[in-house]
Design a protein around this ligand. Structure first.
Ligand code: GDP
Length: 298
């Protein structure tokens, strides 16, 4: 399934790299390196990683006639080195409910990612409650409710017009009173001004802490992979405002910009924890950099 999700990225990489090798072997010269640079750049991994990969190929192979697989092997090894991250699953509370706050701009895939996470926890045999904290959008509250019904989990919704922090409080309260293991709190995705966003997310965080001082145990930022590099500055704003602990990268199936995970790794000091690659609730996996790189070139 991940392979399907990365199909657009791997198609670009494989088709274009294969095109560079019209015959069996190919001389690694400046023309080749320029073309390779252009291909890598298309995956949106960013300037520095692209240059590092090209330099690695040049260092190992310039002036030699090599096969495509030799180049791909060098690229894969270097990419894995650049990502240098272990799998980074959710950190659970030592006891009591684990509270996960989820943020991101509207449309990034927040609601769907919450449903996917809930489905994953349920699959692990954990009880889950959702907090519909995106109270500025009636549709978001409704959509989360629909997912909750479909997945058979509880969804705490405030009365219309309630503050996101109130809903967050009630969701945590519900989790505590009902011995629920995981409480996932949605937040508003308005990015009107940095100050406004910051104060809203801080209020949500504070209301959660009133009941569980060490919560939220995770604050996940959902990023839309199709926005590629453009999502990164936005990510930095959120990371600061919400004290994010990790990233859920959604919509990888919709883009050839899968290289953006490398850019994220380099430009945001947060691990990619999960990747989403479809609209269904099972289309989410724990991010494993080695597997990801292998799939990029599969
Ligand atoms: P939110 O506004 O951030 O809550 O975003 P939603 O979760 O409502 O998602 C916005 C749109 O993107 C919806 O049509 C989703 O079905 C779609 N979507 C979300 N995640 C993915 C994904 O991983 N892959 C694809 N192809 N679509 C997705």
């Amino acid at each position: 399934r991940i392979r399907q999700g990365l199909k657009k990225t791997s198609q670009v990489l494989n088709t274009d790299v294969r095109d560079l090798f019209k015959s069996e072997g190919r001389l690694i010269d400046e023309d080749f390196l320029d073309d390779l640079r252009a291909i890598l750049f298309k995956t949106d991994m960013g300037y520095d990683p692209t240059e590092e990969l090209v330099a690695e190929v040049a260092k190992n192979m310039r002036g030699r006639v090599v096969h495509m697989t030799d180049v791909i092997d060098v690229l894969k090894t270097k990419l894995k080195e650049l990502m240098a991250q272990d799998e980074s699953p959710i950190t659970y509370a030592a006891s009591g409910p684990t509270v996960i706050m989820v943020c991101g701009v509207n449309g990034a895939g927040k609601t769907t990612s919450i449903a996917k996470l809930a489905c994953m926890f349920k699959g692990q045999g954990k009880s889950v409650v959702l907090g519909a904290g995106d109270t500025f959008r009636a549709a978001a509250v409704e959509q989360l409710g629909i997912w909750a019904d479909r997945l058979g989990v509880e969804c705490v919704k405030g009365p219309e017009g309630s503050h996101p922090a109130t809903v967050a409080y009630q969701a945590v309260e519900y989790a505590l009173n009902n011995n629920i293991e995981v409480c996932i709190v949605d937040t508003a995705g308005r990015l009107q001004t940095q100050k406004n966003l910051m104060s809203e997310l801080t209020k949500i965080r504070d209301s959660i802490r009133k009941q569980i001082p060490e919560a939220p145990h995770e604050a996940l930022l959902v990023l839309d992979a199709t926005t590629g590099q453009n999502g990164i500055s936005q990510a930095n704003n959120f990371a600061e405002a919400a004290g994010c602990t990790g990233i859920v990268l959604a919509k990888l199936d919709g883009t050839a910009k899968g290289g953006v995970v490398v850019a994220i790794r380099q430009q945001i000091g947060l691990p990619v924890k999960y990747i989403g690659f479809g609209e269904q609730h099972e289309d989410l996996v724990l991010f494993n950099p080695d597997k990801f790189v292998d799939e990029m070139f599969d």
